[in-house]
Write a protein that binds this ligand. Structure first.
Ligand code: MEV
Length: 445
């Protein structure tokens, strides 16, 4: 698959629209018939070159891609400079590959961009445990983004009735904002009026099927258009904010897995004992927001690195997941673990994971484009299921370790390399002096 120079960086409200010199990427996609297995024995023990060779061998990367990875230059400066303002360089995170994933019958290696040791290992291990029950299964996700239009009216004005009459007109107007999206099968799927607890305070929600895009720009355009229209038609109404919500409850992703108790055996605990302890560990999170915060942090250890490696907005996903965890009025775990009727451990994760596979930097960032290639060029629904499966795998691995022997032994073994480096680089090696161009002044931005 190749993408040509049609992609643009749109940095939004200040109208700075920059076209990046047109790269043509040739991506590897999954070999015909899919990847045969995401289990590679001894993968962790290979050198970086050896791991990359294993990917080339399986048709997941092309020989040319090796230069990009081996030079550790996933993002050339001319791209970085166009992505953000006041750019002074790039900032690299390690890119790892989680193994053992089987999601809806598809074998997958999962690219994860993360700095924390033991995260990639824990995801791979959780995925291995989940294979005992056939891997992960996802439910269909609607690719619906939602924007909000804040409306303030005098407390005695019957806004709800006036809105009801206006709604069909608003729907049509919103639909006309993105004719190409409608042609692709997306577009407005519904409007909703919410009443806030202060008299005269309302919010209009517009739900839009944004197809393969995360959808922020799409819904923000609609919000602003409707925001102009409402006071034009109802002079009593004043419009405040017009912006998407990251709490995308119309775009929830659910994945499940079933685990054979026998594979959970650990540190002197039989499999069935470990299983019960995992359920108790989950109950702890369900009953106590202090534990739920850490429980969910472990889940985000799985989700965020996938969101980052695929060029998506991880702050949006984080905000959405934590808001969703609080929706009942008390902060709750994003997963549920229980022993099912078949006597097996069943895990479920439901979360709003609004990610896209077009738009933003997804087609521009060279390392991101390779990561999407390794994942077999998923659409946005599939990508959210993949991220959710990694979150569930991570949680399974963490709960099993915590409930049985504690995480420090395993964690510290993996962290040992970092400790060794800290010893070695107790004092950072001095950097070569930098020549500053004459005339450049601090704060000159
Ligand atoms: C560490 O990054 C994540 C854990 O604390 C998650 C958890 O406690 O469930 C191990």
């Amino acid at each position: 698959m190749s993408h040509s120079s049609d992609a643009q960086v749109d940095s939004g409200s200040e109208g700075r629209r920059t076209v990046v010199p047109g790269p043509t990427f040739t991506h590897a996609t999954h070999p015909a018939g899919g990847l045969q297995s995401s289990r590679i024995s001894g993968f962790a023990k290979l050198s970086v070159k050896g791991r990359l060779a294993a990917l080339v061998e399986r048709g997941l990367l092309q020989q040319d891609d090796l230069k990009l990875f081996l030079s550790n230059d996933g993002l050339p400066l001319e791209f970085a400079e166009n992505f953000i303002e006041n750019c002074v360089g790039g900032f690299t995170l390690p890119l790892g590959l989680a193994t053992n994933f089987l999601i809806d019958g598809q074998e997958l290696f999962i690219p994860m961009a993360v700095e924390e040791s033991s995260v990639v290992a824990a995801a791979s291990h959780g995925a291995k445990l989940a294979r005992s029950g056939g891997g992960f299964v996802s439910e269909p996700t609607r690719t619906v983004a939602t924007c909000q239009i804040q409306v303030i009216v005098p407390p005695d004005f019957a806004f709800a009735a006036a809105y009801k009459e206006l709604e069909p007109e608003l729907f049509d107007l919103a639909q006309r904002c993105h004719p190409k999206l409608v042609a692709r099968g997306g577009g407005v799927v519904g409007l909703e009026l919410r009443t806030l607890s202060k008299p005269g305070y309302f919010v209009i929600h517009v739900h839009v099927d944004t197809r393969e895009a995360m959808g922020a720009n799409i819904v923000n355009t609609i919000a602003e258009e409707l925001g102009r229209h409402v006071p034009a038609r109802l002079p009593q109404a004043r419009v405040g904010l017009k912006i998407l919500t990251n709490l995308t409850v119309e775009r929830l992703t659910t994945v499940r897995c079933e685990v054979e108790p026998a594979v959970l055996e650990m540190a002197g605990f039989r499999g069935d004992e470990a299983m019960e302890r995992i359920v108790e560990a989950w109950e702890f999170a369900d009953l106590d927001p202090f534990r739920a915060a850490t429980h969910n942090k472990g889940i985000m250890n799985g989700i965020d690195p996938v969101v980052i490696a695929t060029g998506n907005d991880w702050r949006a996903v984080e905000a959405g997941c934590h808001a969703f965890a609080s929706l009942s009025g008390s902060y709750k775990p994003l997963t549920k673990w229980a022993i099912n009727a078949r006597g097996k451990l069943e895990g479920t994760l439901t979360a709003p994971i609004a990610v896209g596979t077009v738009g933003g930097v997804t087609r521009l960032h060279p390392a991101v484009s390779r990561a999407l290639g390794i994942l077999g060029q998923p659409n946005s629904e599939r990508l959210s299921a993949i991220a959710a499966a990694v979150g569930l795998a991570q949680n399974l691995s963490a709960l099993r370790a915590l409930a049985c022997e504690g995480i420090q032994r395993g964690h510290m073994a993996l962290h040992e390399k970092n400790i060794e480096m800290m010893r070695r680089y107790d004092h950072l090696p001095p950097l070569a002096p930098v020549q500053v161009e004459p005339g450049a002044a601090p704060g000159d931005v």
